[in-house]
Design a protein around this ligand. Structure first.
Ligand code: NAG
Ligand code: NAG
Ligand code: NAG
Length: 314
């Protein structure tokens, strides 16, 4: 009899545990997502798991509660999923263009007529055209060549650092560590262009209106944001303590991770200028996706600051 109660009790505890587990979709090969990992390992009291994916996973798999991605993918999904919500900024990243001096490039204007490697339709492609527009170059002034990321040297064929080193592109515009590995592949022939005031990636955490209005799920999400607030403090002020864990989670060289760390910013917030960034960026995403741009009034509903605010209150 006692044994039966014990078994029933355990089953009940286990089912509560399973029901309340948070499922998060993130690109598992990005530095940006790693505060989520550390938040789960060090600070989150409930159960949570991260699976490979992004904002699109929220709409292809109803078991996903949270998803992280750059602002570009949020705009892409929001056009057909008006229940998408941005609730937190996990990281901001100051993208760079790495160019080959041997292609005759010493200033950004020299990229006219050149081949630039990136991943089309992503935040990196948006960055390239936005940055080059500031020096008067239109998208028709250069050729975008698609390539893939590299997490660790030696970078294989098909990756952007390899393509740059082998002359199939003259420059690479990408997030990290691909940018850094592209620069290391060129050595002293590398020239780097960056302007933090023109563009930075805003890598956010997202959910849906339905998930956020479910009391239990919302409570878990708020608790997860509290854990994320703690992890972000460590990433910002004591990064040495997480470098080896982050490097091993990403199968990255720890020295390379340290050299790209200052390009990233972990502030544990929801960035205040997000709406303006989204309004401007959707002009480009709409063109790429062959749809009409979303109005500012409509984009206002993509951002829900109430969850982050709740995570700050005691
Ligand atoms: C960065 O871009 C801003 C806006 O276009 C411009 O005013 C500024 O001079 C640029 N800074 C550098 C270092 O190029
Ligand atoms: C890590 O990268 C650095 C260059 O940033 C290199 O000197 C070092 O040999 C690499 N370490 C390993 C274990 O590959
Ligand atoms: C969250 O807090 C910010 C800053 O205090 C405020 O501007 C915003 O309106 C709040 N959001 C909600 C939904 O109350």
């Amino acid at each position: 009899m006692n044994k039966l109660f014990l078994v029933l009790g355990l089953a009940l505890i286990l089912s509560n545990f399973l029901v309340s587990a948070l499922k998060i979709a993130s690109a598992l090969n990005t530095i940006e997502y790693t505060p989520e990992l550390v938040a789960i390992q060090d600070d989150y009291k409930g159960s949570a798991q991260i699976v490979n994916g992004g904002v699109a996973s929220l709409f292809s798999d109803s078991s996903i509660d949270l998803a992280s991605n750059a602002e570009t993918q949020a705009l892409r999904q929001y056009s057909s999923h008006k229940n998408l919500r941005i609730i937190y900024t996990v990281a901001e990243v100051f993208y760079r263009i790495v160019a080959n001096k041997k292609s005759g490039i010493s200033s950004p204007k020299d990229l006219k007529g050149k081949k630039i490697g990136t991943i089309p339709s992503t935040s990196a492609a948006y960055f390239v055209q936005k940055y080059l527009a500031t020096v008067g170059l239109k998208e028709s002034d250069y050729t975008v060549v698609p390539g893939s990321v590299c997490m660790s040297a030696p970078c294989g064929s098909g990756t952007l650092p390899y393509m740059l080193a082998h002359g199939s592109v003259d420059a690479v515009g990408m997030w990290e560590p691909t940018g850094e590995l592209a620069s290391e592949a060129l050595g002293s022939d590398a020239v780097i262009f960056q302007n933090q005031s023109v563009y930075r990636e805003i890598f956010n955490l997202h959910s849906t209106a339905e998930k956020l209005s479910d009391p239990t799920t919302r409570q878990n999400i708020v608790a997860f944001l509290r854990a994320l607030n703690q992890a972000e403090k460590v990433f910002d002020s004591n990064p040495e303590s997480v470098w080896s864990r982050v490097a091993s989670a990403l199968s990255m060289n720890a020295t390379v991770l340290q050299s790209v760390w200052p390009i990233h910013s972990f502030k544990g917030t929801l960035v205040p200028d997000l709406l303006d960034v989204l309004v401007a960026e959707d002009q480009w995403v709409a063109k790429v996706d062959n749809r009409n741009a979303i109005s500012k009034a409509d984009l206002t509903n993509l951002i829900d600051s109430s969850v982050f605010n709740e995570s700050l209150s005691t």
